[in-house]
Design a protein around this ligand. Structure first.
Ligand code: F6R
Length: 616
């Protein structure tokens, strides 16, 4: 939510920052802006709309400095206007700031600053933050050379309630940036004779692979030659420089039309990467290097709690069913945003898992902190190495699917399904699952990438179906057992990128309400697996058909459907029940993608959304 970039070096900062902002645009795209500094003067360009629009209307000459900061916004305080776009400049013209996060006590601070003569051009909490820095700077004695700028930011942040990732320039200190984080991600890139800042590595990967993941409560002071990190209470921090393992091509769209399309087709490789090195030598169970919990402790767990938001929450619902079915341990799944406030009774030997692609979702992070505060261990399933959730967890599993840029989750979601399935195997093998059962399960998981490859061949058929169905205004997605969460995911995918209203329901539950929506104008997507649920699902389909509802069936190969029952038939391979949700996700991803393309939606940047939600 909001992307920030900073640069100090020998190059023109604006070009590098704008390039970085384009890569961060998935975090928010209401407005964009850049400020560079030359001597004691800031040059500023900011505008509502996309980064591309800003580039078109900003002549390079307008931003000549070699130090600069830039921002792409997802609006929180104040509407989408040029004035509310970042960077903001303090009313005394001393400071320029970019900010990701929310200052909760901004109203009282603003009131105070107004009495001190500071003025405001925007409705944002960020401008309040900027003027508070200016206020402290005026009060700060200029004793220690160079520290007045840093200390006034530090003092300001001690008064701030809420979250922030900020970068600040000071007119009196050219070629310096002070940046800090609390609750919003911030990464320092250490390049060759230059330093960069960004909300995530995709913005800086083209210039350096060496990064420092800043922690909450840390402040970095950057000059053209060097940087130092301290905490809010002025303790020194020894920086750890990490190496990013992926490269620039991973964050480019390449030959595809959209990141979402690229990421859908990357899934076979993504699943292979998630599994790599994670099966025991005898091929009968899963193994995880980073759980940081002994098998004996794992064996004691009497209830697992899974916490997440959005698609990751759907992945939790599948993990719940697989763990309960194969490991026979009860599982609770909660929305992270609800968990914190429900105060549910917890058993002594409970163990928590959070699932978060970005590792920065604030609701998930807060829920995790709440569980830890109560004394429970929390393990994280996350894709982003060094993210807040991954770092604060007691251990966990990295997904290793590379950067996911499309706002609608695809490859990260199926990889989360896979990790859930592997955990069910791991826990199951500690309990009642037999050696041969484990061998069969592992074989099935290893076969998942090929089944997904085969399923992706359905793309042309789904493209044609999408053309026929894109004009509908409502749609139902219906499935049972592990395919119910996949139905929820299908509905979420469709609504978020095509803006068609869709609902996911357990297929049999449909007759308790949603059936009222059914008419020729409201088609249903049914997941139809062979096996014990087949006849039940067919009955539900008949109830829809009797009411003239159109049916798109996603059926496994062996299902023999009554003739005339379905309007569209999509055949997916038969597979093990731990793999079925992964394979069944592919057609709904493709269907929503092609429907959105048909409707000429901005697939990778759907309206009102942002990739990583770092506000509550
Ligand atoms: C939907 C989607 C979101 C995320 C949710 C959690 O396509 O991507 O619903 O799943 O915002 O995000 P993470 O996994 O980063 O915590």
């Amino acid at each position: 939510m909001c992307g920030i970039v900073g640069y100090i070096g020998k190059q023109k900062a604006s070009a590098i920052i704008l390039e970085g902002l384009k890569r961060l645009e998935y975090r928010g795209y209401d407005s964009a802006g850049v400020a560079t500094q030359q001597g004691d003067h800031f040059d500023l360009a900011k505008k509502i709309g996309r980064v591309e629009g800003l580039i078109k209307t900003t002549p390079a000459l307008k931003l000549p400095g070699t130090t600069g900061i830039g921002h792409t916004r997802w609006a929180t305080h104040g509407g989408v206007t040029d004035a509310n776009a970042h960077p903001h400049i303090s009313s005394d013209q001393k400071f320029a700031i970019i900010h990701n996060g929310v200052v909760e006590n901004y109203a009282s601070i603003k009131k105070f600053l107004l009495t001190k003569g500071y003025t405001f051009k925007s409705e944002t909490d960020t401008e309040v933050l900027c003027n508070l820095i200016a206020y402290h700077y005026q009060k700060e004695p200029a004793t220690k050379e160079g520290s007045r700028f840093l200390e006034s930011v530090r003092k300001t942040l001690r008064h701030i309630e809420g979250t922030y990732g900020i970068a600040v320039m000071c007119a009196d200190n050219p070629a310096e940036i002070v940046a800090a984080r609390k609750g919003s991600p911030l990464i320092l890139g250490v390049g060759d004779g230059e330093l960069m800042l960004a909300s995530d590595v995709s913005a800086i990967i083209s210039r350096t692979q060496n990064v420092v993941y800043l922690k909450d409560g840390e402040i970095v002071h950057m000059t053209a030659q060097n940087f130092s990190i301290t905490t809010l209470d002025s303790s020194d921090v020894s920086p750890v420089i990490d190496k990013i393992t992926w490269n620039i091509e991973d964050s480019e769209v390449g030959a595809f039309d959209h990141f979402m399309e690229k990421e859908i087709f990357e899934q076979p490789a993504a699943l292979e990467n998630t599994m790599r090195g994670r099966f025991s030598e005898d091929g009968s169970t899963a193994q995880f290097g980073g759980l940081n919990i002994t098998a004996i402790d794992f064996r004691q767990v009497d209830r697992f709690h899974f916490i997440a938001c959005g698609s990751a929450w759907h992945a939790c619902l599948v993990a719940e069913q697989l763990i309960e079915r194969f490991a026979r341990v009860p599982v609770e799944v909660d929305y992270a945003s609800e968990f914190r406030y429900r105060n549910i009774p917890l058993s002594k030997n409970a163990l928590f898992f959070t699932i978060s692609q970005s590792g920065e979702t604030i609701d998930t992070l807060a829920a995790m902190r709440e569980a830890k505060r109560k004394g429970y261990k929390v393990l994280a399933i996350s894709n982003v190495v060094g993210s807040s959730i991954a770092r604060e967890a007691d251990g966990g599993v990295y997904q290793h699917v590379g950067p996911e840029i499309g706002v609608a989750s695809t490859k990260a979601f199926t990889s989360q399904l896979l990790v859930g399935a592997m955990l069910a195997l791991y826990i199951g093998r500690m309990r009642d699952m037999s050696f041969s059962g484990g061998i069969e399960y592992v074989k099935a998981l290893k076969g998942a990438p090929d089944l997904v490859r085969e399923t992706l061949k359905l793309a042309p058929q789904l493209k044609e179906i999408a053309k026929r169905y894109a004009h509908y205004k409502d749609m139902l997605f219906l499935g049972r057992l592990t395919l119910f969460p996949v139905a929820l995911e299908g509905a979420l995918k469709l609504k978020e990128i095509s803006y068609i209203h869709a609902e996911g329901y357990p297929a049999a539950e449909m007759k308790h309400g949603p059936i009222a929506l059914i008419s020729e104008e409201c088609p249903s997507v049914f997941f139809v697996p062979s096996g014990e649920m087949f006849n039940k699902v067919v009955s539900s389909m008949q109830e829809i058909k009797a009411r003239k509802g159109k049916i798109i069936a996603i059926a496994t190969q062996n299902c023999e459907l009554p003739s005339g029952l379905v309007d569209e038939l999509i055949r997916i391979p038969e597979c093990h029940e731990a793999v079925l949700p992964i394979v069944a996700s592919i057609p709904v991803q493709l269907l929503s993608y092609y429907m959105a393309v048909e409707l000429k939606r901005d697939v990778d940047k759907p309206r009102n959304l942002a990739k990583s939600v770092t506000v509550e």
